[in-house]
Design a protein around this ligand. Structure first.
Ligand code: NI
Length: 141
């Protein structure tokens, strides 16, 4: 079975590459390259896969899952300027794709070799744009 929990955080970012000129960054990233940054209300949906416990009927204790999302995502990223305050975004462009992948890596450490397993991370940057990271993409990471 699949269990999905949602968490939200608000953060600022700039999408630009330091070794490129302002014009080149503008061509690649558009307005998102503005060095002043801009914010998004990110929504992340984390899906776990496992069997319900025969007695409790639960795939995972939902309080425990909520705490993991707080510790790994919300507390470190909420109200942060990602490029300056959250590694690895001092070195990696904080696109929705890269943020989703970083969230995957952070959670994968918590669910490695465990049941339930981490199945999918879906990150909404806006209500009409999301990125999915699924387990098989990173199975050997
Ligand atoms: Ni943006």
């Amino acid at each position: 079975m699949f269990v999905t929990r949602k968490a939200e955080f608000s953060a600022s970012h700039v999408c630009r590459l330091a070794h490129l000129s302002d014009q080149e960054n503008q061509e690649i990233f558009g307005p998102a390259a503005n060095p002043n940054g801009h914010g998004h209300n990110y929504v992340v949906e984390v899906t776990l896969e496992g069997d319900p416990h025969p007695i409790t009927g639960m795939v995972i204790d939902l309080k425990e899952l909520k705490q993991i999302l707080e510790d790994e995502i919300v507390t470190p990223m909420d109200h942060r300027f990602l490029n300056y305050e959250v590694a690895p975004f001092d070195k990696t462009v904080p696109t929705a794709e890269n943020i989703a992948r970083e969230i995957w890596f952070r959670l994968e450490k918590r669910f490695r070799n465990s049941s339930p397993s981490l199945r999918k991370v879906r990150l909404f940057e806006t209500p009409d744009l999301y990125v999915d990271v699924a387990g098989e993409d990173f199975a050997s990471s």
